[in-house]
Design a protein around this ligand. Structure first.
Ligand code: DAH
Length: 343
């Protein structure tokens, strides 16, 4: 057989196969078409292959090559038609096809930091006791951090080595009575800010960061978090303070928690106590508390004859660490996901 005739018939076969595959409207019709063209015994391609044997010997290599090309094209056309019908008539898809049964890639979900979780929980818990959460600035002046809290200039708490002063009035070239700035060393500052702008009664909490130039160890860090509470009204007593702190402790830990007050001193409370909590057989110091000192009321323009109040300040790292049995608070700041993902 002449090469030209062989090739002509071969091309014709390829076009026909493509047309029939494309026209197939369901799987059965396509299967019939597959047998018609690619059937092993009586398929049209098989018949064409016989023609290959009749081509002149010299033309055999090029004829064989073309035969293989057409065969591959027919097989590809069949696959495309199969995909079209499998895809419910949608257009043939190039590239990898969507398989809804393959397990997906789970997105890596983050969550709130344990300290943030604790802050949110404390807000919620104290909110149910009627305390409104308020915020104060982390860069404070000496009036709110010390003076108004009954901490006079000569008090050791104001030692430059124990605070992160940003600038003193003198160093800034300002007047001597101007107030210096520092990173607040306690959230008690917010008591003053609230009372300066709100007439009594008040019932607030404030949660946030405080800063002290302490060396970092298992229980200290130059930055940590406190929760401050303040309740001022007529006839408030220390019994109210203890009731609120006991309710707080029992809600945050479990019912088997105990609290105790130890006599102490803070310039802004009189009397003052250290608050300890015992849970699962271990006592731990949570912070300080007391009845608001009359001098603090005078500094903000409240009448100490008419109003009394209590205040407390607890370490958030401490309650969080105690709850989760974390033995080194530095873990909270390392940002190691292996630690953080446990909460
Ligand atoms: N501000 C104190 C501290 O950082 C804690 C504290 C003690 C807060 C007694 C209070 C309080 O409100 O009444 O050590």
């Amino acid at each position: 057989m002449a090469l030209a005739q062989f090739l002509c018939e071969l091309d014709q076969l390829g076009r026909e196969a493509q047309a029939v595959f494309t026209a197939a409207s369901d799987i059965e019709a396509l299967e019939a078409a597959r047998i018609q063209f690619l059937g092993m015994k009586a398929g049209l391609l098989k018949a064409a292959q016989k023609g290959l044997g009749l081509v002149d010997k010299a033309d055999k290599p090029s004829a064989g090559q073309r035969f293989n090309q057409v065969k591959q094209q027919i097989e590809a056309d069949l696959q495309e038609a199969q995909a079209r019908l499998a895809g419910n008539g949608s257009a043939p898809v190039d590239g990898p096809r969507f398989d809804p049964t393959v397990p997906g890639e789970a997105p890596r979900l983050g969550h709130l930091h344990p300290i943030t979780q604790t802050i949110e929980e404390l807000k919620d818990l104290m909110g149910r006791l009627g305390f409104t959460a308020v915020e104060g600035p982390e860069v404070e002046d000496e009036w709110h951090n010390f003076e108004a809290l009954n901490i006079p200039l000569e008090h050791p708490a104001r030692n430059p080595l124990d605070n992160f002063y940003l600038a003193t009035a003198q160093r800034l070239g300002g007047a001597a009575d101007e107030k210096g700035l520092l990173l607040r060393s306690q959230t008690s500052t917010v008591q003053i800010r609230v009372m300066e702008t709100t007439p009594p009664p008040v019932r607030i909490i404030s949660l946030g960061r405080v800063y002290r130039p302490d060396d970092a160890d298992a229980t200290h860090y130059p930055m940590f978090h406190q929760i401050e509470g303040l309740l001022v009204d007529r006839g408030i007593t220390m019994a109210d303070l203890k009731s609120v702190l006991r309710l707080f402790a029992k809600s945050f830990f479990q019912d088997d928690v105990h609290i105790r007050f130890r006599p102490s001193f803070f310039p802004f409370t009189e009397p003052s106590v250290e608050v300890d909590m015992s849970w699962q057989g271990r006592w731990i110091e949570m912070g300080g508390a007391g009845m608001v000192d009359p001098n603090v009321f005078r500094a903000v323009g409240y009448d100490p004859e008419e109003f009394t109040g209590f205040a407390f300040g607890l370490g958030i790292e401490r309650v969080c660490a105690r709850r989760h049995n974390v033995t080194d608070i530095r873990e909270f700041y390392k940002n190691d996901v292996r630690f953080l993902q446990q909460f």
